[in-house]
Design a protein around this ligand. Sequence first.
Ligand code: FPP
Ligand code: MG
Length: 303
Amino acid sequence: MDFDKVLREKTKAVEAVIRAYAPEEIGLYKTVCQAMNYSLLAGGKRLRPMLMEETWRLFGGEDAALIRPFMAAIEMIHTYSLIHDDLPALDNDDYRRGKKTSHKVFGEAMAILAGDGLQGYAYETACKAMDAAKDEGQLGRVARALRVLAVKPGLTGMLGGQVVDVEMEGKPISKEVLDFIHERKTSALIECAMMIGAILAGANAAETAVIEEAARKVGLAFQIQDDILDVTSSLEVLGKPVHSDEKNEKTTYVSIMGIEKASGQVEKLSGEALSLIDGLRETGGYENPFLGELLKALIHRKK
Ligand code: FPP
Ligand code: MG
């Protein structure tokens, strides 16, 4: 498999799905739609919708009409979190995805509203899967997927992690608290993506739980790599400022354990995640070689 070529093609296909569900820029509230689309359509790795789709493939997913609205929805939620995370009251960053941040272009008020707008529109979009459901069974899967989409980005998930992150700024924190933050701030949305892919393809509760655990590990490994890149990369490569953690006096995996040990953790967690997914081949015959390659590439990514 020419992984890079396949990845480029799949990223393009995900882009098309996101574009198809992006809000129309019309009406008296047009400005907020423009701000929503400015960030939503600004590129990015499209990791979450791609992981959702590839997990769906892993479990032999057949009806793309069910999953497409959810793919767009999770990228909307992710984009809302990035817009708000970059605001002056939070990380106060000027660049994201290689472009000026929302508040730099549209002003702070409109950036707040664009984030709110994307969050709400995500659920409006995901609900479109209800119209695509062909029978009660499919409708049940959509309902269970909606529940995951409601829970994982919320209080006990991404938002909760962000709250602890904000409150701990400038304070020394233990590895346990750092894990708590990142299992929510970063892993929760990756769990959300992969669990929804599994549920919509018809995975049972035990299989979905394996995916949740693998995704938690992927998310942590991804975040540790993020911390490493914040020290070792550049604005040009990353598309966002480096040394942002130091500027914000953030405790990171690198500040706690150094680059070498942090890289070791990335290896360990990603190996564990891959074995969990590999185990599904043995127990249920589920296989998706691209998913394995994708997880490896993300964890060892340079941007
Ligand atoms: C980069 O994703 C983002 C993360 C690693 C997650 C950070 C978590 C937050 C910003 C949560 C903020 C929450 C609130 C409620 C404000 P990526 O590297 O996939 O980015 P890309 O999509 O641009 O490629
Ligand atoms: Mg932040």
